[in-house]
Design a protein around this ligand. Sequence first.
Ligand SMILES: Nc1ncnc2c1ncn2[C@@H]1O[C@H](COP(=O)(O)OP(=O)(O)OP(=O)(O)O)[C@@H](O)[C@H]1O
Length: 280
Amino acid sequence: MNTHNSTTPRPPTGPHPRPQPIFELAHAGVTFTSRKGKDVIAVEDMNLTVNSEEIVSLVGPSGCGKSTVLRVLAGLQPLTSGDVWIGGGTRKPGFAEVAIVFQKPTLLPWLTVRQNIFYPVRALRRRPDRTLNERCDELLDIVGLSEMADRMPHELSGGMQQRASIARSLILDPKILLMDEPFGALDALTREDLQLDLLDLHARTRKTILLVTHSINEAVLLSDRVAVMSARPGRLQNLIEIDIPRPRGPDCIADPDFQKYAAHIRTDIFGPRYRKEAHA
Ligand SMILES: Nc1ncnc2c1ncn2[C@@H]1O[C@H](COP(=O)(O)OP(=O)(O)OP(=O)(O)O)[C@@H](O)[C@H]1O
């Protein structure tokens, strides 16, 4: 039984209460027109509601529209049909509410780590006041880069650069963090390390995270729910609730439930071919 009420502070880890929707795609569609004038339907009739503080992963075959969905939520790509709601109201996507992290770190090479993290503040011509300075220090601590704050990007490993990018995405305190295959360019060990860091970051900040990934294990390890998209034109094929208690760690992968969820998602993506091969 849930014994927490509205006046009881929530523990930093543990099961999530059922929270409020923070964004929603309703019958969302994106059609691109190629240079030859041909229509490419990237996303069609996509429906997805994500709740505050959730981690939801988007998985599906290459080209099914995962990045397009992220770009719509970031305000970088308009819908050609349907609607998107952010922040529980009818506001359109905007930078104050969402931040995006890409596969490549994209740090500015002439700025230190701290200056890079502050870059969105400067770009918006906001004064770096005490709150922002404290947030910057806290973010450096969360991503484990306090000692590297005054280093230049070329002095950092790939994993450290991506950690700095994640800290930069949070400096303006967005409600939603969109991550497009954020660990895809890293070696396997660094990737595992950053997955655990993301779990820790989420436990400390409670940001809503929508993550595009090609790794089914990564999706199961990190997510509250995994949204499986169908092949192009992409639409929601299945939404799987990952009922594995938090805090989660590397040991989760050996859990029979973890394997069951991963097999379920794999079958959703690969269909009969996977089932045949799995039982061969
Ligand atoms: N600007 C564009 N103009 C034309 N077609 C586009 C454009 N952007 C994406 N597409 C097409 O839309 C479809 C969806 O692309 P998207 O990058 O969203 O897929 P994805 O699922 O993220 O792919 P991947 O897993 O390979 O990264 C693809 O067929 C792609 O070629």
